[in-house]
Write a protein that binds this ligand. Structure first.
Ligand code: ISL
Ligand code: CA
Length: 543
């Protein structure tokens, strides 16, 4: 008999909770083959529950030939054997739910693997019923149909000699794009979405969702200086028909209790928050959440961060909800980006305090909570196709995907076998075990931040009222929910700074990187040490 799922009821978990992204290949290897897997995630659920997260998002675990490590799916309704079985996945959902942790699945809707049976059929003949499930075109007298380029910078059209036509691929040749204008394909995808919802997943992270629909006429993108590489993705991204499609997806999700979606809006730096926010529709009818990567693309600066955040907050529709993220599996880790030069890890707690006290759902990337850095991967160890293609100019994304550093043991305790990617060289010092034991570790700071978020409605749900807008290296704001008022002050610099805000009341430290918890104030006038993050709560009127 199916075991009943006992998820603790929590309305709006996707708004008020904290999400933790797991790159399954690198989280924990349960069977010694050197690759992280689903039973490995299950083994580490107690750790995640100790950290206090409300949801986990797993990068794709569906069947895949792994040309792009799971972002090339060959069977949407199965689990890849390297990660485990369907029964393991059910256990993961069940075990997560009993701990009050929701499970978010990564959905790759834009493309499949070239080995997906749909594509195998599609490419077999021009009159195959699945032909139109992908984007095929005769081309233009021996040339590709238009000037669109793939992520690799060359034509996104691949000539297929068996039928003498081109197919379109936004990413690798091994990732042909699907044709979402075809009703049959759409229905098959919607059925698949229902399949996972019926199984008990709580939501989806939607890969490159803004690429789903392409111009019907396949018009050329406008180019600058006559160079195809400098093209504006006018006709192959962000098409307006997408909004109708997202409303359909939302309707499916709304038939299930308390589910969510978060879209990856793929955009080159510096990002475009208004465009990302546009995919939230009215705030209630398209995506639940959308990523904006502007912060990830910025260098460390209070003013530049502030401007990004303000712009993002202003872009969110009235009934919509923001989310924030510092790292993911495609970008250099935050710890590495911030702490160039001699700053050690001092900036990471400031960034963590920001992430976890802003208004909006925080997304933590595995390892961020212990300050894992990017490791330099040698040519012979490179796994990522981007790295293989562009080395040494760009070494790919492996360096942000190295195994989770659990302990000072061999391979950082990630595997007893031979790890698929080298473990970071600093695993003997930077690891979960050491940081668990150290009261002042980054890990324990993340834990405390998550804990105070749980306790204080102002931090989860409250209004965000900026007070110091990044000038002079400080960001400070209130979070306000009814009577509950919390003040957050963040020093982005290596210098002592003064806070001087007139607000007479009884205040008390809630959490700080530097100040004692017993510190009380009658006004918001105090100094901040270098890279200090201090969170203060109002405990009563001035007396
Ligand atoms: O990784 C990138 C640059 O190094 C990004 O441009 C990335 O390709 C982009 O954010 C889209 O990412 C998503 O779709 C890709 C997959 O490779 C990424 O891992 C995924 O997050 C194709 O599915
Ligand atoms: Ca394994």
């Amino acid at each position: 008999m199916e075991k009943e799922i006992t998820l603790i009821k929590s309305d709006g978990w996707w708004k008020y909770g904290v999400v933790y992204q797991i790159y399954p290949r690198s989280f924990y290897d349960s069977n010694g083959d050197g690759i992280g897997d689903i039973p490995g995630v299950i083994e580490k659920l107690d750790y995640l529950s100790h950290l206090g997260v409300d949801a986990i998002w797993l990068s794709p675990v569906n069947t895949s030939p792994m040309f792009d490590f799971g972002y090339d799916i060959s069977n949407y309704n199965e689990i890849d054997p390297v990660f485990g079985t369907m029964s393991d996945y059910r256990t993961l959902i069940d075990e997560s739910h009993t701990r009050g942790i929701h499970v978010i699945m990564d959905l790759v809707l834009n493309h499949t693997s070239h080995l997906h049976p749909w594509f195998v059929e599609s490419r077999s003949s021009t009159d195959n019923p699945k032909r139109d499930w992908y984007i095929w075109d005769k081309g233009d007298g021996g040339r590709p149909p238009n000037n669109w380029i793939s992520i690799f910078g060359s034509s996104a059209w691949k000539y297929d000699s068996s039928t003498g036509e081109y197919y379109y691929h936004s990413f690798m040749e091994e990732q042909p794009d699907l044709n979402w204008r075809n009703p049959g394909l759409k229905e098959a995808m919607f059925d698949m979405i229902r399949f996972w919802l019926d199984l008990g997943v709580d939501g989806f992270r939607l890969d490159v969702i803004n690429l789903l629909i392409k111009d019907l006429k396949l018009r050329n993108n406008p180019v600058r200086f006559g160079i195809p590489l400098f093209q504006k993705n006018k006709y192959n991204r962000n098409r307006k028909e997408l909004h109708g499609l997202l409303r359909e997806v939302r309707k499916i999700l709304d038939q299930y209790n308390d589910t969510m979606s978060v879209g990856e809006i793929f955009m080159p730096p510096p990002g475009e928050p208004e465009l990302s926010a546009g995919y939230l529709g009215s705030g209630e009818d398209e995506l639940h959440l959308a990523f904006d990567f502007s912060l990830i693309f910025r260098l460390w600066s209070a003013r530049s961060y502030y401007k990004c955040i303000e712009r993002w907050m202003n872009a969110i529709p009235v009934n919509g909800w923001p989310c924030h993220v510092l790292s993911n599996h495609d970008q250099p880790r935050s710890m590495w980006r911030y702490n160039w030069g001699n700053e050690g890890g001092k900036r990471s707690p400031v960034a963590a305090a920001l992430l976890l006290t802003l208004k909006g759902t925080p997304f933590i990337y595995y390892g961020e909570e212990i300050g894992m850095k990017n490791s330099r991967i040698g040519r012979k160890d490179i796994q990522d196709p981007f790295g293989k293609k562009f080395w040494p100019l760009f070494r790919g994304r492996d360096s942000s995907r190295t195994p989770m550093q659990w302990s000072p043991e061999n391979n950082g305790g990630f595997t007893v076998g031979r790890s698929w990617l080298p473990v970071g060289v600093d695993y003997k010092t930077i690891n979960v075990k050491n940081q668990m034991e150290d009261k002042f570790s980054l890990l324990n700071f993340y834990r405390d931040l998550i804990e105070i978020r749980k306790q204080k409605k102002a931090l989860q749900q409250g209004d965000w009222v900026p007070v110091m807008k990044g000038y002079n290296g400080i960001i400070a704001y209130y979070r306000v929910f009814g009577e509950e008022v919390i003040f957050v002050a963040l020093n982005f610099t290596g210098k002592i700074k003064n806070i001087n805000i007139h607000n007479r009341a009884q205040w008390k430290n809630l959490l700080s990187t530097h100040k004692s918890l017993h510190t009380h104030y009658t006004n918001l006038k105090f100094s901040l040490d270098p890279y200090e993050a201090t969170i203060i709560e109002k405990i009563g009127p001035f007396s």
